[in-house]
Write a new protein. Structure first.
Length: 419
């Protein structure tokens, strides 16, 4: 039994549904992103334009500096913070040192606005061993500096580095003392990208049951890294497990394997129904601008935004696309169901269309798709010659090559094929 268009609703084995969830995204491209070892540092004008584009894609908060670095970094941060709209949160990073808190205060005063201070100390056993830190001192640092930040009007976000590698008792000790001294939020950091989705779920559950007890209204941030190529899925799991906000960077820039890629998080939030992420039309513009100012290439296979993310050279896939086009022209397929059957992501979200190419594994319908785009009337011989060319050359044909083959056939009067 066939189905009609009104019954088209692909089954989803996943269980994420954010249609009624108020989640937030913090961008750290101008702070953690700048710790990337292989990028160009943008100038102030470029940073300001980046801020404008981040706002347009719906970023809720921007972590824009380590104020204690001072010099041009702090001066730029003050100008940038002034540019950020009042409905977007400004945040910065500070160690549990008085000098860092004072520098964060300079940022807030210079910008003339409230800011969040993500106040952290490294907490893993390895970090404590390397630094020679004792827990009683670390507790004191957290206590004094969160209290100082709160006293100075900075909104403290209590954080540790290496949270995902830290013993439960140490986590509970450091975070609770921060909350007891004025912390308003907590940030869990997967500093070395070691976490798995199961670990994310367990850790956030631990925070809710053990750390945040007695502190109503305190929300959870998740800060992930991509060392194990799990940053995006971990961040989505963090949301599903109860995190309010996740941290991202454009193109995933950041040290080592990078941070959680902004483009992938916003795309996934759209898919799972987040009402604030339904318009993705400005993402490609943001990504290309970031690629230019940071001097970072966008790999062609980057999910959602890469050049070939919506492209296929498979005959089976090309055939489905061709049939979709025909049904659409016949009025049997509405625009909302027009996305490719072979992609979870609709390229039209980014202002692009699915693309079919002719390669060694293509079929007739793939050729018809390409010729249709080129406005060329096909013939059976033309289609076969194009397919043979791809097989003989063992390559995916450019559209220009397809055009040239078709023209040579047209010159011989071999056209008039329709399907």
């Amino acid at each position: 039994m066939t189905i009609n268009e009104n019954e088209i609703e692909n089954h989803n084995w996943g269980d994420y549904d954010f249609s009624k969830t108020d989640v937030e995204v913090l961008d750290t491209s101008l702070r953690d992103g700048l710790q990337d070892s292989d990028i160009r540092h943008p100038n102030l004008e470029e940073k300001l334009e980046l801020i404008d584009k981040l706002v347009k894609v719906g970023i809720d908060a921007i972590d824009l500096a380590i104020p204690v670095a001072r010099g041009p970094h702090l001066k730029d941060a003050i100008q940038i913070a002034r540019r950020v709209p009042s409905n977007v949160i400004v945040a910065c990073l500070a160690r549990t040192h008085e000098v860092d808190i004072k520098a964060a205060l300079e940022l807030a005063q210079g910008a003339g606005r409230n800011i969040e201070g993500i106040i952290f100390v490294g907490s893993s056993p390895l970090r404590r061993f390397v630094e020679g830190w004792e827990l009683n001192y670390m507790k004191k640092w957290m206590e004094e500096n969160v209290a100082l930040a709160a006293q100075e009007g900075i909104i403290p976000v209590v954080a540790t580095e290496h949270t995902t590698e830290t013993e439960p008792a140490v986590i509970k000790l450091l975070y609770r003392v921060g909350l007891e001294n004025g912390g308003k939020k907590v940030c869990i950091a997967d500093t070395t990208g070691t976490a798995t989705p199961r670990g994310v779920q367990r850790l956030i559950t631990f925070f809710k049951k053990e750390v945040l007890v007695g502190f109503d209204g305190v929300t959870i941030d998740w800060h992930g890294h991509n060392d194990r190529d799990l940053a995006v899925v971990n961040s989505m799991e963090a949301f599903d497990s109860g995190a309010k906000r996740v941290h991202v960077s454009v193109l995933g820039i950041g040290e080592r394997a990078g941070n959680t890629r902004l483009e992938s998080i916003l795309t996934n939030l759209k898919i799972v129904g987040d009402p604030k992420r339904q318009d993705l039309t400005k993402i490609l513009e943001l990504s290309e601008f970031a690629s230019n100012i940071y001097r970072v290439d966008i790999p062609s296979n980057t999910p959602a935004i890469g050049d070939k993310a919506g492209r296929t050279a498979s005959g089976i896939h090309g055939s489905a696309e061709w049939k979709m086009r025909l049904l659409s022209r016949q009025g049997k397929l509405s625009l909302k169901n027009r996305r490719s059957p072979y992609s979870a992501i609709d390229q039209r979200w980014f202002g692009k269309d699915p693309e079919v190419l002719v390669g060694p594994l293509a079929g007739e319908d793939s050729v018809l798709c390409v010729l249709d785009e080129l406005g060329i009337e096909p013939s059976p011989k033309m289609v076969q010659r194009i397919l043979n060319s791809a097989v003989i050359q063992q390559e995916v044909l450019t559209k220009e090559k397809v055009r040239n083959i078709a023209r040579s056939m047209e010159d011989n009067g071999q056209n008039g094929y329709s399907k």
